[in-house]
Design a protein. Structure first.
Length: 279
């Protein structure tokens, strides 16, 4: 009988020891209650409790990750889609996280779902697809403000997937294709405008400087001759041979003034200039 009594005392002592001594890790805190009344937040390390009088609740202070399940969202332009996200948060005030809310983990999850639907429903589809980071920041700020009273800090919200119906995917593809065609036409028109503007500038320069026009004609003649053509028909401007015509006319006037009766060949006409060039 004494052996059984001694064994019971040993078991009771060991149970009291385990109920008295608690060891908390660096990322854990203990919310201690004395006879059901909050006393203090203790830890990390060794925490001593009075058996049957005090109890504690462990709280993890590390960043926790919650996958927000897929939500059916209707955008402001009446487009139906499915959206899911990832929520990052941590407990910054263990006392409020335990006392102010019954279970902060599912409460934060449900609040994140409703906030995600409410925020995305205020924006159009194009904004959801192009400004995902901005929408994630809006959801994060709203959740952070709502969970502050519970001692929870929402550090980040990432919208992971925006799933559209097949009809909407085809419509977006057509829109993107039309946008690419529009940009291609604009680029082609701008290229044509720049080319025509460059040609106008070149023509202005060539028309203002006759020597430049003559050099251009000679360069073109050289390029044509490099192709080994047997016959070249090239219009030659009268300006090229005009100095020679002036010299001939001046010689004729001089001879006439000196009484020279020899006939003088008439000056070359533009048609004869073209004929000379064609030979």
């Amino acid at each position: 009988m004494s052996f059984y009594l001694g064994s019971l005392l040993v078991v009771f002592a060991v149970a009291c020891l385990f109920a008295t001594i608690k060891i908390l890790r660096q990322y854990e805190r203990a919310v201690v209650f004395t006879l059901g009344k909050f006393q203090a937040v203790k830890g990390p390390g060794v925490v001593l409790l009075i058996p049957f009088i005090q109890e504690m609740v462990r709280v993890d202070l590390r960043i926790q990750v919650i996958e927000i399940p897929t939500q059916d969202v209707i955008s402001r332009d009446n487009v139906s889609m499915k959206v899911d996200a990832v929520l990052y948060f941590k407990v910054v005030d263990p006392e409020r996280a335990i006392i102010q809310v019954q279970s902060y983990l599912p409460a934060t999850n449900m609040l994140a779902q409703t906030t995600l639907r409410a925020v995305l429903g205020q924006h159009e589809l194009d904004e959801m697809l192009s400004e995902r980071k901005k929408l994630s920041a809006d959801v994060q700020s709203i959740l952070d403000a709502q969970t502050e009273t519970c001692g929870i800090k929402v550090s980040n919200v990432e919208i992971r997937t925006v799933e559209l119906t097949e009809n909407m995917v085809r419509a977006i593809a057509k829109q993107a294709e039309a946008e690419r065609d529009r940009r291609a036409k604009i680029i082609h028109a701008e290229a044509e405008f720049q080319a025509s503007q460059t040609l106008v500038n070149a023509a202005t320069i060539l028309s203002s400087i006759p020597a430049a026009m003559q050099l251009r004609y000679l360069q073109t003649l050289t390029e044509i001759g490099a192709e080994q053509n047997s016959t070249i028909i090239f219009p030659m401007p009268i300006d090229i041979i005009k100095p020679f015509l002036d010299l001939r006319e001046q010689a004729a006037k001089t001879a006439k003034a000196n009484g020279d009766a020899r006939p003088v060949a008439p000056p070359a006409t533009p048609q004869s200039a073209h004929a000379i060039a064609s030979r």
